[in-house]
Design a binder for this molecule. Sequence first.
Ligand code: SAH
Length: 222
Amino acid sequence: MMGFLTGRAYDEQRQRMVDRQIRRRGISDERVLEAMRRVPRHAFVPESQSDAAYADCALPIGFGATISQPYIVALMTEALRTRPALRVLEVGTGSGYQAAVLASCGCRVYTVERVPELHESAAHVLRDTGFSEVRLRLGDGSLGWPEEAPFDRIIVTAAAAAVPPALRDQLVEEGVLVAPIGDDWLQVVRRYRKQGEAFEAEDLEGARFVPLIQDQEDGTTT
Ligand code: SAH
């Protein structure tokens, strides 16, 4: 297992991925670049996809979910303006890769996933790759993680028409939230900053994420 995770071929592919797909496209935060050089992305994709782990695209991970394109992971991580020891909530654990990148940046990561199988497998992979400090929860992440709130940063990695109110509420004053906002087909990655009553948005980049499933109080699902 360890030989697999530290395989030199993967290491080389990963350095190339950071240079060509990420640095050249303008991501310059050294902490983010270093995290993406370190986290073994191939460990977070299904074995059948490991040849494509460092390709310039999103990959299916089962249950309708995808591990995001490396560039989008880097862009959203940089947009969050993280610092070591900040408390970061992620909505949509999926493979666990984005959580590992944030942990590798020194953040205290809390991540919520609604599909039990993905939650379980992400927990295993994060442990196997040395990110056992990431805290995982099974449930509806559009409700945040009230027991651990507030958070300095929130990253949503599934698409919604608007930011769920609970997430805004669970963000500290001056906190930053990054989320793909749009319909099921096309979204724009937006960065929000909470300042008193204001929640100012800035559009960063087009993207395509799987939908954020919000289980409504009346039992219907949108
Ligand atoms: N960040 C992930 C990619 C996430 S794909 C990674 O690095 O691999 C989007 C994920 O959001 C899917 O796993 C999907 O099941 C999950 N999801 C959708 N709606 C959700 C919700 N309401 N709460 C928590 N997770 C949700």
